[in-house]
Design a protein around this ligand. Structure first.
Ligand code: G6P
Length: 465
């Protein structure tokens, strides 16, 4: 295998590690992939500078070499908070109501993609395999090609690809996808997102699509597009269970929930995660089964995310109100039904919390994959596993049909499935978990990396031209 150059906006530089829940799935997955394969990881440092210098800060820690650049304040505003997280993120999560189309956002996005191309160029050697990640950097492959890079270049989208009818509301949508077709291989989390992409290429670009071999051909250039469902770093995650931190976390939650069944949710505080809707479902559960209030303790871990963006500030306020209302109405002097926590925890602590919680509640309104669902399953005790309640709109639902699948928009459906989970027999919990763990263990992040890189290296000829 040739050396890997991974490029993503967010890089898990060592000092930022620890608060795993705050990072999202991408950073953890790439960390594991690079530890296994070696290579370098290039991206934004997370820092702002007055004037862009392109200076690269190289660090090596725990077997991973990171190379990062600082961005200007206007870059962060227009590219990161703007085009990436106020235009593409909401649109790709089907939230056209929250999508902002500002001209400066588009310009900032183009500028930062140029900056990435210019800065990473000297790091790429002729035999390297280049792997670009996520919606921040969709045009990067084309920028590298225009600078003469002839290496294999792959792209993986960690979030959904929206239906064509939504996607065409994006100004210059054609330009964006035409740029993407300079990659040799494009990966999606599920066949659902892949099919939407292929549909767009055929209908809007007039590309020729070979559905059997998953090849898109446009202007004489061929790009392979396929689904590669991401997984967790199973062995590494399970090893966390042996740490003192995991055992302490497990005890803390068991001891403090006393006779109540703990149910857990762990999500970045993002509107795509359906947190206010989840609270409505829990409120409905308490209204429908008032005698069960004493049986259930819900812990929601929600580290704040993208806090400079208005839609994120609003969702936080809304969540706080709903949590406060339910707790106000249902608490007693010695009982509070919901513990709502705005911070991240280490992987080891999360392992302990997941294991102590007998229900995992993962109800995004739309999600590319969702690794919390897989981590929850990986952390369970085989002799007494908990129940996963999972949104049918998470990419993970396609692989995890033995979970209790719910419609996160329906408080009644969420409430009903919480009750089913609370009352599920040990035999049924085991039967479901034994199926789920096979996918979680076998379709892990190392297999995901291998599958993608093998296919990328096997593409017939680089999509140059
Ligand atoms: C999602 C995205 C990632 C992103 C992560 C955290 O998982 O797919 O690209 O890194 O969220 O978001 P942030 O804006 O903090 O990088």
């Amino acid at each position: 295998m040739s050396r890997l150059v991974v490029i993503s906006n967010r890089v898990a530089v060592p000092k930022a590690r620890g608060a795993a829940g705050a990072q999202g799935g991408l950073a953890g997955a790439l960390n594991s992939a690079l530890k296994q394969n070696g290579g370098i990881w290039f991206g934004w440092s997370g820092q702002e500078t007055d004037t862009f210098t392109g200076n690269i800060n190289v660090q090596r820690s725990e077997g991973v070499t990171t190379a990062t650049i600082d961005l200007e304040q206007a870059d962060v505003e227009e590219y990161y908070n703007g085009y990436a997280n106020s235009t593409l993120w909401p649109l790709f999560h089907y939230r056209i109501d929250l999508t902002e189309y500002e001209q400066e956002f588009g310009r900032g996005y183009e500028r930062v993609n140029e900056r990435f191309a210019q800065s990473v160029l000297p790091l790429i050697e002729p035999e390297d395999t280049v792997w670009v990640h996520d919606y921040h950097l969709m045009p990067l492959g084309e920028r590298l090609r225009s600078r003469g890079v002839k290496n294999r270049i792959g792209f993986f989208l960690h979030i959904p690809w929206p239906p064509t009818r939504l996607f065409v509301s994006l100004p210059f949508h054609q330009r964006l996808v035409r740029a993407m077709l300079h990659y040799d291989l494009i990966g999606f989390q599920t066949t659902e997102w892949l099919e939407s992409f292929l549909h767009y290429c055929e209908r809007e670009l007039g590309a020729t699509v070979d559905h059997e071999d998953c090849v898109v051909e446009l202007d004489g250039r061929k790009t392979v597009a396929k689904a590669y469902p991401i997984g967790v770093d199973y062995d590494h995650f399970v090893a966390q269970g042996q740490t003192i931190a995991a055992k302490t976390a497990y005890r803390r939650l068991c001891d403090s929930s006393r006779t109540r069944t703990a149910m857990i949710g762990v999500d970045r505080l993002d509107y795509s995660k359906g947190l206010p809707e989840r609270m409505d479902g829990i409120g409905r559960f308490f209204d429908t089964y008032p005698d069960r209030v004493k049986d259930l303790l819900f812990i929601q871990i929600a580290p704040p995310s993208r806090e400079d963006i208005g839609s994120y500030q609003k969702i936080r306020t809304m969540l706080e109100q709903k949590t406060g209302q339910i707790n106000g109405a249902r608490s007693d002097v010695d009982l509070v039904p919901i513990r709502y926590v705005n911070r991240g925890y280490s992987m080891a602590e999360l392992f302990g919390f997941y294991r102590a919680a007998k229900i995992g509640l993962v109800t995004p309104l739309r999600d590319g994959m969702n690794l919390v669902a897989k981590e929850y399953v990986a952390a369970q005790d085989p002799e007494d596993p908990g129940v996963l309640v999972l949104s049918r709109f998470a990419g993970a639902a396609l692989q995890m049909g033995e979970a209790l699948l719910v419609n996160p928009y329906s408080p009644d459906d969420v409430a009903h499935n919480i009750r089913l989970a609370l009352d599920m027999s040990l035999a049924e919990r085991k039967a479901r978990w034994e199926q789920l763990i096979v996918t979680v263990r076998d379709d892990n992040v190392l297999r995901w990396t291998d599958n993608f890189i093998t296919d990328l290296e096997g593409t017939t000829e680089p999509a140059v031209g």
